[in-house]
Write a protein that binds this ligand. Sequence first.
Ligand code: DSN
Length: 422
Amino acid sequence: MTHQPAIPTLTAADPEIAGLVEDEARRQAEKIRLIASENYVSEAVLEATGSVLTNKYSEGYAGKRYYEGQQFIDQVEQLAIARAKSLFGVDHANVQPYSGSPANLAAYLAFAQPGDTVMGMALPDGGHLTHGWSVSATGKWFNPVRYGVRKETGRVDLDQVRDLAREHRPKLIFAGGTAIPRTIDFPAFAEIAQEVGAVLVADIAHIAGLVAGGAHPSPVGHAQVITTTTHKTLRGPRGAMIMTDAEHAKAIDKAVFPGLQGGPHNHTTAAIAVALGEASKPEFRDYAHAIVANAKALAEALVERGFDLVSGGTDNHLLLVDLTSKQIGGKPAAQALDRAGIELNYNTVPFDPRKPFDPSGIRLGTAAITTRGLTPEHQPQIAEWIDRSVTAAAAQDEAAIGKIAGEVRDLLATHPIPGYRA
Ligand code: DSN
C-alpha cells in the first residue's frame, strides 16, 4: 500500500516524513472526502508538482526575467497561460499567484487605493475573508461594504447588492465566495458594477472546474477580472490564476509581480498547465456535470431525511446544511462524521446565531467523491451514513460511529484514488 508516485528515496532519507505522507495517502483513500474545496489531483499533476522546477527562480514574465536560465521555464509558463486562455476563453491569464488570497489581493492593488470602498459578500453568508471581511487585511486597509443572502431564500440578494453599490459606489465588487450553493448571476453583477463604475471581480475559486466544464455559466464577458484557485473543482495543484480582459491585463500583471510576489512557483505552474490540459479534454466536461449530478442527488437524499439545506438545495458542487433542527452544532457533527469516515467542515450558515468557531452548519461538496467514481446512486447511502452519524453523535454512541466507518471503508475499497495504490 503506497503513495503514488512511489516515494522510495524519501522513505530512505526521511522515514518520519515519508511515513506521514503514506499515512495521509491512506487516509485520503479511506475517507469519503466531502470538503467542498478539496479534490484528488491526477498522478501527472503530482509528478509535475514534485519536479525539479521547484529549484528555479524566475521573477518577471516570459522573455523579461531577472534571472538567467529560463529556456524551459518560459515555455512552461507560456503553455499554462495559453491553456488557461483557451479553456476559459479569456484575453489574458496570469498563472503566478501563490494561492487564492494573493490573487484577490492583486485585484485590490491593481484597482484600488487603501481606504477605498470595496464590496463583497459577508463571510457568514458565504463570502471569503479576502472580500473585505474585518479580520483580513482587505477589511482593515479598505472600506468594506457587505451584501448577503435573503433570509427567506438563502440566495444572494441582488436588490441589496444594487442598493449598496448605488449608495457606496465601490471601486471593486466581488462576486463569488466559499459557501454559495446556487448559480452566481454574473450578468446581474456586471450590470450593477457597470452602473456604479466598479471593476467586477468574479472569484470562481470554488466553481472554476464547473465553468471550464460547462456546468456553471461563465463570468467571461461580464467580469473584467476573474480570480480562481486551481485546486478545487478545477482539480489542479494548490495555486491560483487571474484572468482578465485585455484592458485590465497590464495592471494585474504589475500587481502580481513586482507588486505582491517574488519568484513564481514553477513546479506549481507546470502542474497547473497539466491540470488545464486535463480540463480541456471532453472527459472533463462529463466530470463537471457529474459533480453537479452527485451534489443534487446528495441534496435530495438529505432533504428526504429531514436535513435543512440553505436555499433548499444546490445548483453546483456545494451543499450547506443547517443542523439546528437536528439539535447538534456543526462542529461536534463534523468531528463525529470524521470519526465515521466522512470528512467535511463545520461552517456558519446565513444569520447564524452561533459563533464561527462553533457554528450551526456543515458544508459539503462532491468534487472529490466524483473524481473517485461515486455516482448519484451512491448518494442515498452517503446521506444515510450522515444521518446515522449525526444521530449517533447527538446520542454519544461511539460504537455506531465506528460501525459506519467500517461500512464506508468497504464501499471505498472498490473506488481507488489517484495518489495511492492499495
Ligand atoms: N479555504 C477555502 C475553502 O475551503 O473554501 C477558501 O479559501
